[in-house]
Design a protein around this ligand. Structure first.
Ligand SMILES: [Zn+2]
Length: 229
């Protein structure tokens, strides 16, 4: 007989979690509701949601209240930068407001997550522009659904000298890059894309042909590669 009773400590074992989700019978409507809401999140199935709920029930109440409050405040108060559309606490984000950044260089990315990834490298000192997606007929995303007009206005202002495309290396990413390139080409600025090639540590024989081919096309002088060491 496995424990199906919830207690604030060491609640149910793995088998009983499986049993609960399999039978779809919960000892509490409140628990069922919380599991259903959590399992709507990406990557969270019913089993994981139940495990998280049981874990939270075992935690002191103030901590869980802070968690709930943080989620509510995130959703209600988060803003998007009026310049680059990055996630921000203020009208203009901390990157756009940083006078030490190279304001004539804009890196175009799909999402705020990409900004965080590039910032974590510590290798880019320009500004960003978050498109909010990529052109995708399959997902019903057209250029009008993306933050392309605001990018054009930034370039029109005359303060931009180079755009670096850092979009996914797939058909939608390439389509988006080409569309923006065609639209902004008349302004006579420089366009570049992040290098695409073999990942550090990869063996050549296991690399797919497209990646290997691009690596050869985008080859760089050996001395330039030493800068990254
Ligand atoms: Zn910004």
């Amino acid at each position: 007989m496995h424990c199906l009773t919830l207690t604030p400590y060491g609640v149910c074992n793995v088998f009983s979690i499986k049993l609960l989700t399999k039978l779809n019978t919960y000892p509490s409507k409140l628990l069922e509701n919380a599991v259903n809401e959590l399992s709507r999140l990406p990557g969270i199935g019913k089993k994981t949601a139940l495990r998280l709920c049981l874990h939270m029930l075992g935690q002191p109440e103030p901590g869980i209240t802070r968690l709930g409050q943080a989620i509510i405040e995130l959703r209600q108060n988060i803003r998007y930068c009026a310049v680059c559309h990055n996630i921000s606490d203020d009208e203009v984000c901390s990157i756009c407001s940083d006078a030490s950044r190279e304001a004539s260089l804009i890196c175009v990315v799909e999402s705020a997550r990409d900004v965080m990834a590039i910032e974590n490298t510590g290798q880019f000192r320009g500004l960003y522009h978050v498109l909010g997606g990529k052109i995708s007929p399959f997902e019903g995303k057209s250029p009008a659904d993306l933050n392309i007009e605001s990018l054009a206005r930034r370039v029109e202002s005359g303060n931009i000298s180079e755009i670096v495309f850092a979009l996914p290396a797939n058909m939608e990413g390439d389509t988006t890059v080409f569309y923006i390139y065609k639209k902004l080409k008349p302004f006579g600025i420089k366009f570049s894309t992040i290098a695409r090639g073999i990942a550090i540590g990869d063996e050549l024989e296991y690399t797919d042909e497209i990646t290997l081919g691009r690596s050869i096309i985008n080859r760089q002088p050996y001395e330039a590669s030493l800068n990254g060491i």
